[in-house]
Design a protein around this ligand. Structure first.
Ligand code: UGA
Length: 453
């Protein structure tokens, strides 16, 4: 049985620890927050992720997974130490590396046997080399070690599935032998394994997230144009997606991307480019388009309510940045609620699991226990998060409860025609808009179609 230490019991760390334990390794999870470790020892998780609690408890009972605040205990006899600590954004969009540095230092001070340090946190290109220096600086004696970058590609809400079924494992190191040992750990996952240099591995993570974010901002820009021209962006995305060069994924127009990864990673990559004297034009546009989504949602609702939001009751269906999570980080709901409040609306919300987290960030709005009580007396509802339960609402009942039947579907979960037939004043994102009054293509000045031939 190999022993693995996983440092940082946040999202990535917990999933990594549980996943490797489930694959039959002996894993020790480390965190400096004592309360977190005490809770984990009782089988209580600090985050919500489907299936994770069960996996953690099962592996604890089998003796493969334990938790500690002591680096010395975790590193004793360990072959690998995975760093999975947070890298929050700094003031200029740069990644704040203080937790990575603290972890590297503690590893250096507590290691007693040769070790492969594997970095899972999303860190700026060059961090792996810097971690090597930090460890050398704080080591009490020169015990051999290697640093390998192994970026994580899992998504919240499907993290365990993603861990067990990765599309690829990317490993970067100047020490080929160490990279191959990390590759071996991943063999049971049967994924393609790529070994490259450490800076390239770090860049693959940023480039992947930036590309996915670009796809989202791209389709959101197309959605804006669809709205002006009366086309349906959802159908457009389906039609585009058949082309394997484009692919069907990440072309869902909506309120834009949130969460702890895309906004932060695109900013950090743009920041790194600027510092190095490059102009990250595309990345800046991706971020700008994304920020505009939130403002635009409020504009649309204002239009649908006849030009003013003042004293109107607006209900938010969903608060989390995406379904199946209670994560509110960079959630579009936060900006949308604040813009609505600024314009004098009364804002209320319902989310199946994120309300507790939301209350801390948005104490000034009202919370309701279900979608129907939320709808009662509301002038407009905004679908902010595409929870499955919203797809199956009794819409007739919703309409009867609302003061005005206005729905802005920020995630395109309803069919526009069905909504019109039910009598709603409905708009989706890039769909559900009438064609322009002038049927001619924009810019066409001819009075009559040109005669053929
Ligand atoms: C993202 C990546 O998908 C993971 O591969 C990566 O490992 C992770 O970041 C990370 O760097 O840790 P995550 O933030 O959990 O994962 O969520 P996604 O499911 O990718 O969604 C991100 C945001 O994009 C959500 O706000 C979602 O609503 C939005 N989105 C996604 C769209 O607006 N349209 C789409 O078509 C897809």
């Amino acid at each position: 049985m190999r022993k693995i230490a996983v440092i940082g019991m946040g999202y990535v760390g917990l999933v990594t620890a549980a996943g490797f334990a489930d694959l039959g390794n002996r894993v020790v999870g480390v965190d400096i927050v004592e309360e977190k470790i005490a809770q984990l020892r009782e089988g209580k998780l600090p985050i919500y992720e489907p299936g994770l609690e069960e996996m953690v408890c099962r592996n604890m009972q089998a003796g493969r997974l334990s938790f500690t605040t002591s680096y010395a205990e975790a590193l004793d006899g360990a072959e690998f130490a995975f760093i999975a600590v947070g890298t929050p954004p700094g003031a200029n969009g740069e990644a704040d590396l203080r937790y990575v540095e603290a972890a590297a230092r503690s590893i250096a001070e507590n290691m007693r046997n040769p070790l492969i340090v594997v970095n899972k946190s999303t860190v700026p290109v060059g961090t792996g080399d810097w971690v090597t220096q930090v460890i050398k600086k704080y080591q009490k004696e020169p015990i051999p070690f290697a640093v390998v970058s192994c970026p994580e590609f899992l998504r919240e809400g499907s993290a365990l599935y993603d861990f067990m079924h990765p599309h690829r494992i990317v490993l970067g190191s100047s020490d080929r032998e160490a990279a191959e040992k990390v590759a071996q750990l991943h063999l049971p996952l049967r994924a393609p394994i790529m070994i490259t240099d450490i800076r390239t591995a770090e860049m693959i993570k940023y480039a992947s997230n930036a590309f996915l974010a670009t796809k989202i901002s791209f389709i959101n820009e197309i959605a804006n144009i669809c709205e002006a021209l009366g086309a349906d962006v959802k159908e457009v995305a389906v039609g585009m997606g058949y082309d394997p060069r484009i692919g069907p994924h990440f072309l869902e127009a909506g309120l834009g991307f949130g969460g702890s990864c895309f906004p932060k990673d695109v900013q950090a990559l743009a920041y790194a480019a600027r510092v190095m004297g490059r102009h990250p034009q595309l990345l800046e546009a991706v971020l700008e388009i994304n920020q505009d989504r939130r403002r635009m949602a409020v504009e649309r609702v204002r239009e649908m309510l006849g030009g003013s939001l003042r004293n109107h009751v607006v209900g938010l269906l969903g608060l989390a940045f995406k379904p199946n999570t209670d994560d509110m980080r960079e959630a579009p709901s936060i900006d949308i609620a604040r813009y609505l409040l600024e314009e004098g609306a009364h804002v209320r919300a319902y989310d199946p699991i994120a309300m507790e987290n939301a209350r801390r960030i948005l104490p000034e709005i009202e919370y309701f226990p279900d979608p129907y009580s939320l709808a009662e007396g509301a002038d407009a509802l905004i679908v902010v998060t595409e929870w499955n339960e919203f797809k199956h609402l009794d819409l007739k009942r919703i309409k009867a409860l609302m003061r005005r039947p206005v729905i802005y579907d920020g995630r395109n979960i309803y069919d526009p025609q069905t909504m019109f037939d039910l009598g709603f004043i409905y708009r989706g994102v890039g769909r559900g808009y009438p064609p322009p009054a002038d049927p001619r293509p924009p810019g066409l000045t001819m009075e009559e179609p040109a005669a053929l031939g």
